[in-house]
Design a protein. Structure first.
Length: 287
């Protein structure tokens, strides 16, 4: 019969003053997610200030180069992985420890890091959405749209070039510009603009600008070619940024998992990283 001296401690969380006794400790998870989202937001704002973020639908989309998109993608991956590694380490370091096998403790620490990643992504997306919505509302309030319904604002420059005239000073009617923009959008696809649509656009440009038919046709061909090249370049940049964002989220999940496990090792081990440079310490951590 086993005596009190031979029976080991029961498996489960180690009770600490005020410590949670559930498998998931939401306090450290929330703290790590908030820290990760805050660090990510600050570093992304810094990237936007120096011109690395090219996700705005402003006219500068035409100037977007592939190398700038690659550099922005690398920044997104590094910043996202680093921010969530910090949040995961914090969650693993400060949560209550467990009396269980080493592999089980490491798995539970990693699971907490994954929860930090999931909650932090939700917070980051909500913050980004709120910032974008506020900027859009302020921009719409100060600058009323110049195009009518159905005319995309990013084609305003192309429409200005199409209907520019030295013989007429009044602008083309809004309905004409809206229809021309829809025709241009059709021509920006992977397939060529149908011949009847191009002929109709030629007649619209000739009638609104006062150009002769051959001159109007040359202008339509020139504007359409430049718009297709710009759209193709912007499309490649968008693909690079989209892939980089997906890769950043995957890297962040892995970084949060392993960083939380590392934080758990520092929590349960005898070594604690020094908080000040030049003063290494060896501290036994008690739970």
């Amino acid at each position: 019969m086993a005596t009190a001296e031979t029976v080991g401690p029961a498996a489960g969380p180690i009770a600490t003053p005020g410590g949670p006794l559930s498998y998931i400790h939401w306090g450290p998870v929330i703290a790590g997610a908030v820290v990760a989202a805050a660090v990510w937001s600050v570093l992304m704002a810094f990237a936007s200030a120096i011109g690395l973020m090219i996700v705005s639908p402003s006219p500068t989309w035409r100037d977007t180069s592939v190398w700038l998109a690659i550099l922005s993608g690398v920044w997104i991956i590094v910043v996202t992985a680093g921010a969530y590694a910090l949040g995961g380490y914090l969650a693993g370091r400060v949560r209550s420890t467990w009396r269980a096998s080493t592999d089980e403790v490491e798995f539970r620490d990693g699971a907490h890091g994954l929860l930090v990643w999931a909650l932090g992504v939700v917070l980051s997306v909500a913050l980004l959405w709120a910032t974008t919505a506020a900027y859009t509302a302020a921009n719409n309030a100060t600058q009323p749209p110049r195009e009518s319904a159905g005319a995309p604002s990013f084609l305003a420059y192309e429409l200005d070039r199409l209907f520019r005239s030295e013989r007429r000073t009044e602008p083309a009617p809004a309905e004409v510009r809206a229809e021309a923009s829809r025709l241009l959008m059709k021509g920006l696809g992977r397939q060529e603009m149908p011949s009847d649509d191009r002929a109709h656009l030629n007649r619209m440009v000739a009638g609104s600008s006062g150009l002769a038919a051959p001159e109007a046709e040359r202008r339509v061909i020139q504007v359409l070619t430049e718009a297709r090249n710009s759209a193709s370049q912007a499309r490649r940049s968008a693909v690079i940024l989209g892939f980089s964002t997906a890769a950043a989220l995957a890297a962040a999940a892995a970084a949060a998992w392993f960083a939380a496990g590392e934080g758990g090792k520092h929590r349960d081990g005898e070594f604690a990283p020094p908080m000040r440079v030049g003063r290494p310490t060896t501290t036994r951590v008690y739970s």
